[in-house]
Structure formats: structure tokens, C-alpha cells
Ligand binder design. Structure first.
Ligand code: ATP
Ligand code: MG
Length: 213
């Protein structure tokens, strides 16, 4: 495919990416929240945006179906990053990945006693590394949505999830007991495209870099 294809997810990443693209002179022709189109043109005839699920962005870029993409560090760590060049932390969609438990559960005591903990999460590989490094024995239970429900329903003792304000945890009577890492979104670039389309991609990457807050 000639020109530039950019993979973005709807919602916060699309919203927070708009000013960065604008700095590169790229303005999407439609709002994906209002349109059902999955391929959106821009003011530039040679640039298009494909709208994909947040966790699918690295895959589109890895295989070259998109040249550029924007994905959270959480998503990139789970994907593994194969075939991706990650030149810029965009400092957008900021949150943190943490361990949370029901308000009455003594997590520190459970860890000290060496108890085996069931952990529900969407982030299996980050969670596995975190608990292995701490020497905590865990059974990881993969979920795709609403981690907060798992301890309340008796599926797990704890969750590993993303938190920003903490209001969702609070509304479900959960408390954050450990921060695993801070999260923001990164620009990802297909490694082959960066070589083949360098004169097209480099100015866009440089303009985005100049617009990072
Ligand atoms: P889907 O909604 O399709 O299941 P998702 O939840 O991963 O996927 P988004 O909610 O759009 O999609 O999140 C996209 C990215 O934004 C995440 O990968 C993460 O890096 C970041 N993010 C998630 N939750 C928050 C939050 N509460 N505040 C700020 N950034 C967040
Ligand atoms: Mg979400």
C-alpha cells in the first residue's frame, strides 16, 4: 500500500491523538464515534486512518497493514513488540497498572503467609512477571472485561487492572495495594515501512515528537 496508514482505536486514544496528528498536518475527515466506517480518510490524499480495537493496534502495525499506530504500554507489553519500532512515548492516555483487592482483604498478610492467590486480569504476562519477581504464588485467571467484578463475585482474591482516578475501584469497594507500573501510549512504527517509506514517515514522526507535551 502506498501512502501512510495509521492504526488508531476509538475513544481516548483517538481523542488524545488528534492534536498530535494536527501538528503533523493530518486531520481525519470523520469522527469514528459518529461514523461506522472503519477506514477514514484525512485531509491528505496519501494518509488514511484504520479504526481497530486498542489491543489489535500492534498486530496491524507488526504485519504492515498499518505503517504507524498508537498503543498503550499495557497493550504493547502483552503483545511483545515483535516487528515494532517504538520511537516515542506520547504522554497520552496516562494511567497506572496496579494490584487491587476488596477493602477488607489483608493483601500484605496473605503475601507474607505465602498463600496462593487467584489473580484475575486482562494482563497475564505483566502480572506473571510482577508476582514472580516478588516471589508470590499466583493462579492467573484471564478476563476480557470488568476485572472489578471478579473479587466481588468470588472468582479471584485480587485483580491487576488499569486505574486512573480510582473511582471505579472505589465504587466497587476495592482498594489499590500495589502499583506495578505507570502507563502511557506510544507511537509504534512498522520496522520495514520505516526503511521503505522513510521520506514519507520521518516528517510525520518528527512533527508528532515536536507536539508531545
Ligand atoms: P476495549 O475498550 O476495546 O476493550 P481498551 O479498554 O483496551 O479496549 P480503551 O479503554 O480505549 O480500550 O483504552 C486504550 C488504552 O488507554 C489502554 O490500552 C490504556 O493504555 C489506556 N487506558 C485505559 N484505561 C485508562 C484510563 N482509565 N485512563 C487513562 N488511560 C487509560
Ligand atoms: Mg476500556
Amino acid at each position: 500500500m502506498s501512502g501512510i496508514t495509521i492504526a488508531l482505536s476509538k475513544g481516548r486514544i483517538f481523542e488524545e491523538t488528534l492534536p498530535l496528528l494536527a501538528a503533523a498536518g493530518i486531520v481525519p475527515a470523520e469522527d469514528p464515534e459518529k461514523s461506522r466506517k472503519l477506514i477514514i480518510g484525512t485531509n491528505r490524499a496519501d494518509v488514511r486512518v484504520v479504526i481497530v480495537r486498542a489491543s489489535d493496534v500492534p498486530t496491524y502495525v507488526q504485519y504492515g497493514a498499518a505503517d504507524l499506530g498508537i498503543a498503550g504500554k499495557d497493550v504493547l507489553l502483552e503483545h511483545g513488540g515483535a516487528g515494532l519500532y517504538q520511537p516515542l512515548d506520547l504522554n497520552i492516555a496516562k494511567c497506572r497498572m496496579c494490584v487491587a483487592v476488596p477493602a477488607g482483604f489483608d493483601y500484605a498478610a496473605a503475601v507474607r503467609s505465602g498463600a496462593r492467590l487467584r489473580i484475575a486480569t486482562k494482563y497475564i504476562s505483566v502480572a506473571r512477571e510482577h508476582f514472580a519477581a516478588k516471589g508470590v504464588h499466583v493462579d492467573l485467571i484471564k478476563l476480557y472485561g470488568s476485572m472489578e467484578l471478579a473479587p466481588l463475585a468470588g472468582l479471584a482474591e485480587a485483580i491487576v487492572d488499569l486505574v486512573s482516578s480510582g473511582s471505579t475501584l472505589k465504587a466497587n469497594n476495592l482498594v489499590e495495594v500495589e502499583e506495578i507500573m505507570s502507563i502511557s501510549s506510544r507511537l509504534v512504527v512498522n520496522q520495514a515501512a520505516l526503511k521503505m517509506k522513510r521520506e514519507l514517515l520521518q516528517p510525520v514522526i518528527a512533527a508528532i515528537e515536536g507536539a508531545i507535551k
